[in-house]
Design a protein around this ligand. Sequence first.
Ligand SMILES: N[C@H](CCC[C@H](N)C(=O)O)C(=O)O
Length: 335
Amino acid sequence: MANLIKVHGSQNSFFILDQTKLKTALTDDQLRKLAQHLTNHQTGVLGGADGLLVVNKPTRPGALAQMRVINADGSEASMCGNGLRTVARYLAERDQKESFKVDTMDASLQVRREKDFAPDVPSFAVEISPVRFNKEALPFDNLGHDRLLGTPVPEFAPQLTFSAIAIPNPHLISFVSQEVIEGPLLGELGPYLNGDNPYFSDGVNVNFAHILGPNHLFVRTYERGVGFTNACGTGMSATSLAFVLLHGDQGAFDEPITVYNPGGMVKTVVHYQDRRYWVELVGNATFTHHIKVEEADLHQASVNAENCTITATGEQVAYEQFIRHLPKFNLSQRN
Ligand SMILES: N[C@H](CCC[C@H](N)C(=O)O)C(=O)O
């Protein structure tokens, strides 16, 4: 038998598969097919998810394990902030450690357990980096700029300005009014820039942010390879960096920024150390279900309600209690 865990960070949900526990690791093509199958709201168990997080042996000295990120459409991403918090918790409990490094595609990232956000809402802090601004890092092209940082881009929306940050996955960020964040524009720009377009050849995660006050943001994201999600950890981190760079009167380096999202809330801290930016992302790492399944059903992407045993952890009740007390935004619809 093999195990999957259904998890979420700010209700950006994933399945975790620890391949070090399998007799035979899945091939890349099998991982892609499993991710598409498990996350699909029709074919997946528990209503599907936003992605598959794959745990492997470390790839660099000093790390405890490697995390790979497969989006719902089967594409692989270099990083996932909400997902890294849940993998950090999984590894902390698997290996009885509180602080360690996890290898991602571009870097080994520091993670550590934090004080619970609320009763039965475990919380982890994870390093989000590396950060790059140059167009080759996302990539983007045909915009007449090598970087976008609070830059008008009439091709996207005449009245808005945009920032492009690789953290290291690609993010496009715009600070907008509550009316715009609630409106249809994000649902138009997201699919366009992740479809056939002359600007982002690999697609891009699109984040609309509303400034609520000093060190307080609301961020809504249309994710590459997924669509609207309840939250995007790297999106909230990249947006926090753009916030302190462009709105220094309201967003401060080295201070906790509260970032609300349709699925809950995280804290970010933006750092500039040794001539590099990095962001600390702190938030819940909730495990909602444990799933037992035959290893063969993973290899064949044939997991379904009939051939697996699902056990709820009960943590979702505590998480919903936690978000009940958060400020309400009538933005939580995923249109
Ligand atoms: N869709 C993203 C990967 C998942 C990132 C997100 N779920 C997060 O928490 O950072 C991409 O293709 O770059």
